[in-house]
Write a protein that binds this ligand. Structure first.
Ligand SMILES: Cc1ncc(COP(=O)(O)O)c(C=O)c1O
Ligand SMILES: N[C@H](C=O)CCC(=O)O
Length: 426
């Protein structure tokens, strides 16, 4: 018995499933979730004081590692002035200017409190701007839990086997058209048939909620071309990839400008936040400038923005992303090599500070069908082996992994040695 399992028993009596977000519950790997008591740099410690090298990083925000001193100092300093006012503050202007400078496709930006709010609002805005109802998303992509987007979704919805959630009205779901990720021909065909009805295409420019699946060359380009041609809004959901795969996000990495971008995670430095922004003519349709309504009591919370600003300042340092990418590549390459040595079929993929581990043969995984064909049972054994060894991976075969600036080469080496030991047991 561990303190975590005691706490989980208590939690299950008063919290649905014992957790406040389904992916935390270990349903995808079995067993009881670990309860964490603290984090510092690349490590987290559970309630019994066991240390883990952390590759979840609060699902992405902790790009500097846990409790980074400059982020903590910014939070403490800002808190001294009050926790929020429900009125405009200087830091919101600073943050908006910074985002617009770092992501040039964003001419105006609205802060919200979560990634879900960002995508939900961006969809409404795209519909209000175009006067059309239909939206296109891709199977296995997750864009938060707004009704229109919980259709063939990834992340916890996929892990739990409910990619299309009960509770989403069929009438609403019928407006969400789902295509195969990385299949440009299918998108062309659909646009050819009903292009004039499509309000927007929303896509994870690197899919991070069905493990880690980068776009194949030409896929994002085709979406850009189709949206322009048919007057639809192209939304890059960069809640995960924004300030994670490159300073300017996936759009800078791949050189493609969306019309709208959604952000979250890193821009809050670990505190609740989200944002959406983009073309000035589209953003001008948003209340109070335009008629499309969107609001939030805690939107642009100064403490969240202080943590986010401090994080963005750190990741703007020259060489930050080169170093993060090199370290993540070292991990991904090393895992593939150690697996091969142990005779285990494994594919690893990586973009910037994101990586994926697939128990499958072959060279790459580019489609949802390939993701679903991977050996999930083997992943579960690997996950628990690594957990025992003191390495915390995302508790699902359908989630991406995250490396932070706090991970050292020696952390990566330690992880690889432990992985090799576990591979030999599979
Ligand atoms: C790509 C993407 N979009 C949207 C969301 C929703 O963000 P949040 O969990 O902050 O609502 C997430 C993560 O959950 C995500 O990974
Ligand atoms: N995959 C999700 C976000 O990226 C995981 C976070 C959550 O839903 O709790």
């Amino acid at each position: 018995m561990t303190t975590s399992s005691d706490l989980f028993k208590r939690a299950q009596k008063c919290i649905p499933g014992g957790v406040n977000s389904p992916v935390r519950a270990f349903k995808g790997v079995g067993g009881d979730p670990v309860f964490f008591a603290r984090g510092q740099g690349a490590y987290v410690w559970d309630e019994d004081g066991k240390r883990y090298i952390d590759y979840v990083g609060s699902w992405g925000p902790m790009i500097l590692g846990h409790a980074h001193p400059r982020v903590m100092a910014a939070v403490k300093e800002t808190m001294e002035y009050g926790l929020g006012f429900g009125a405009p503050t200087r830091i919101e202007v600073d943050m908006a200017e910074l985002i617009c400078r770092l992501v040039p496709s964003i001419k105006k930006v609205r802060m919200v409190s979560s990634g879900t709010e960002a995508t939900m609002s961006a969809i409404r805005l795209a519909r209000g701007f175009t006067g059309r109802d239909k939206i296109i998303k891709f199977e296995g992509c997750y864009h938060g839990h707004a009704d229109s987007l919980l259709v063939k979704a990834g992340s916890g919805a996929l892990t739990l086997g409910v990619p299309t959630s009960p509770g989403v009205p069929a009438d609403l779901a019928s407006h969400t058209l789902t295509l195969e990720y990385n299949n440009a021909a299918q998108a062309r065909e659909l646009f050819g048939k009903i292009g004039k009805d499509i309000a927007c295409v929303i896509v994870e420019p690197v899919a991070g909620n069905m493990n880690c699946v980068p776009p194949v060359p030409g896929f994002l380009e085709a979406l850009r071309e189709l949206c322009t041609q048919h007057g639809a809004v192209l939304i890059f959901d960069e809640v995960m990839t924004g300030f994670r795969v490159a300073l300017g996000g996936a759009q800078a990495h791949y050189g493609i400008q969306p019309d709208l971008t959604t952000l979250g995670k890193v821009i809050g430095g670990g505190l609740p936040v989200g944002a959406f922004g983009g073309r000035a003519d589209i953003m001008a349709r948003l209340a109070p400038e335009g008629p499309v309504y969107q609001a939030g009591t805690l939107s642009g919370n100064p403490v969240s923005l202080a943590a986010g600003m401090a994080t963005l300042r750190e990741i703007s340092q020259p060489g930050f992303f080169e170093a993060l990418t090199a370290k993540t590549a070292m991990l991904a390459r090393g895992l593939a090599e150690r697996a091969q040595r142990a005779g285990v079929a494994l594919v690893t993929q990586q973009v910037g500070g994101m990586f994926g581990i697939f128990f499958t043969k072959g060279k790459s995984v580019t489609s949802f069908a390939q993701v679903m064909a991977c050996d999930v049972e083997r992943f579960k054994k690997f996950f628990h082996g690594m957990l025992r060894e003191g390495v915390y991976l995302a508790p699902s075969a359908f989630e991406t992994g995250f490396v932070s600036a706090a991970h050292t080469e020696s952390d990566i080496d330690e992880t690889l040695d432990k992985a090799e030991k576990v591979f030999k047991t599979l």
